[in-house]
Design a protein around this ligand. Structure first.
Ligand code: GRF
Length: 212
């Protein structure tokens, strides 16, 4: 007799744009062996393709705009409550263009990951592909990390290298990065869902889930 499959881990994914990373997670989660399901998608703005991708799959969505709250702290609290309502095991920031605030980190710190389109610690911030291109590096990539209070500074879960081609512009380079970034995200979020992990300083260590 085989052991019953454990309940899939509950993922809440936050987006701000096109949501191709979200789509990759939704597609992967269609296979029960993946071990995770996207239970809700949140955004900091309306009318984005990322939200539409969720709606097309019947996944609940929510929006918390900074401008709808008296200040950033109130937005942080509201976002935290909105995410909490879906009881996530893991929160995935996938192209979410806001920094997580103190309330969010107090609740979901250590189980929130973000993906950044550069090889940390190089080129943090909103312009990773552009900064890499302007610097003239021949290799850049993407980094999956556990979110902390800094800008793309948290402990690194995984990285993938991507070459810069001679005729790249920012868009071509970012699209090449995103192809590898999506595969990395799917692989490592799945691993975080299926295994136990501990964060030891800046190192993440995985161990098989205790099934007893
Ligand atoms: C990704 O490259 C992400 O790392 C960056 O913005 C992009 C989002 O792409 N912050 P998408 O919305 O998942 O298509």
């Amino acid at each position: 007799m085989t052991a019953p499959r454990p309940e899939p881990a509950r993922l809440v994914v936050l987006v701000s744009g096109s949501g191709t990373n979200l789509q990759a997670l939704i597609d992967a989660a269609a296979d029960p062996a993946y071990g995770a399901q996207v239970v809700a998608v949140g955004a900091d703005r309306h009318d984005i393709e990322g939200l539409r991708r969720a709606e097309r799959r019947g996944i609940p969505t929510f929006v918390e705009r900074v401008g709808d709250h008296p200040d950033r702290a109130a937005w942080d609290e509201a976002l935290t409550r909105a995410v909490e309502a879906h009881r996530p095991d893991l929160v995935v920031l996938a192209g979410f263009m806001k920094l997580a605030g103190p309330a969010f980190l107090a609740r979901f710190g250590g189980r929130t990951v973000n993906t950044h389109p550069a090889l940390s610690p190089s080129f943090p911030g909103m312009r990773g592909p552009q900064d890499a291109l302007e610097y003239g590096v021949r290799i850049t990539g993407a980094t999956l990390f556990v979110v902390d209070a800094g800008v793309d500074t948290g402990p690194i879960v995984a990285q993938v290298a991507v070459p810069v081609e001679d005729d790249d512009d920012v868009e071509a380079l970012h699209e090449r990065i995103k192809t590898s970034e999506r595969a990395m995200l799917v692989e490592w979020v799945g691993k975080m869902a299926r295994e136990d992990f501990t964060i030891d300083g800046r190192r993440i260590r995985f161990q098989p889930k205790d099934q007893s």
